[in-house]
Design a protein around this ligand. Structure first.
Ligand code: HEC
Length: 224
């Protein structure tokens, strides 16, 4: 029951950012403590039809404009069907299609204000039924990444991003790559577990350049 609740809460959160359900199921499995085969029967595989029905039921009471959020696009359909382990020709197709969605800043400047980026990284609000009108969504980066060394509360689904810019010698091309990654993670890794923040209009261009500054500004606490 506990696992079910945990899974349903996570599903509700990830549905809006478009993380694939199968990716999530895999992650949940990994976080389960190892069980002794003798003590308990082998874990059953999640039935996609049950997960699908549960999702529909959860969102059933939401306003119609929210319903579209649980309809996977072609990229997620491909990733879900292959449990994220897509054939390389499918991966190439996805990366190409997602790259076409990335809109780069017209002025070619990828580094915004790291202090603003820090707020975006720490903000987990947005995309929830209970949000007051006009709520600006955050990136909730700490849910999956370590960023500042002094922060003690962070998830580990994604790699640590400490010293991200410093390790890359504050290289301009690397900063552009980070913009691409944050705008559309699946333009870099076909079936990434990271949300497509720009492509799904969760974060604005300004918020993303502020995050790139958090990663690449030499003054940012990420690089101290
Ligand atoms: C739901 C979990 C999740 C969230 C939330 C998330 N990420 Fe990620 N991120 C990942 C995973 C997993 C990877 C590694 C696999 C991959 O490349 O997709 C990753 C990779 C990255 C990378 C590339 C790291 C490298 O190896 O070069 C960057 C940069 C990054 N994330 C930045 C961010 C930022 C900034 C945010 C907040 C706006 C964020 N992520 C939010 C899961 C997440």
């Amino acid at each position: 029951m506990k696992t079910f609740l945990k899974l349903s809460a996570a599903l509700a959160v990830t549905a809006f950012v478009g993380v694939s359900v199968s990716a999530l199921a895999q992650t949940m499995k990994k976080t389960e403590p190892a069980k002794k085969a003798a003590a308990e029967p082998a874990a059953k595989k999640a039935d996609p039809a049950v997960v699908e029905a549960y999702l529909k039921n959860t969102f059933g009471k939401a306003p119609p404009e929210w319903q579209a959020r649980i309809v996977p696009d072609d990229t997620l359909k491909t990733c879900n069907a292959a449990h994220n382990d897509v054939a390389s020709k499918d991966a190439d197709k996805i990366v190409k299609a997602e790259l076409a969605k990335v809109v780069y800043p017209a002025d070619g400047k990828f580094l915004g204000d790291w202090k603003e980026g820090r707020k975006v990284a720490n903000n987990g609000r947005g995309g929830q039924f209970s949000d007051p009108e006009g709520t600006v969504a955050g990136g909730n980066c700490y849910a999956c990444h370590q960023l500042e060394k002094s922060e003690v509360s962070f998830g580990t689904l994604g790699p640590s991003l400490t010293n991200y810019g410093k390790d890359r010698k504050f290289d301009a091309a690397e900063a552009k790559n980070a913009f691409t990654k944050i705008f559309d993670s699946q333009a870099v890794l076909a079936c990434s577990n990271m949300p497509r923040f720009g492509a799904n209009k969760v974060l604005s261009e300004k918020q993303i350049t502020d995050l790139v500054a958090l990663l690449f500004d030499p003054e940012s606490p990420v690089n101290k």
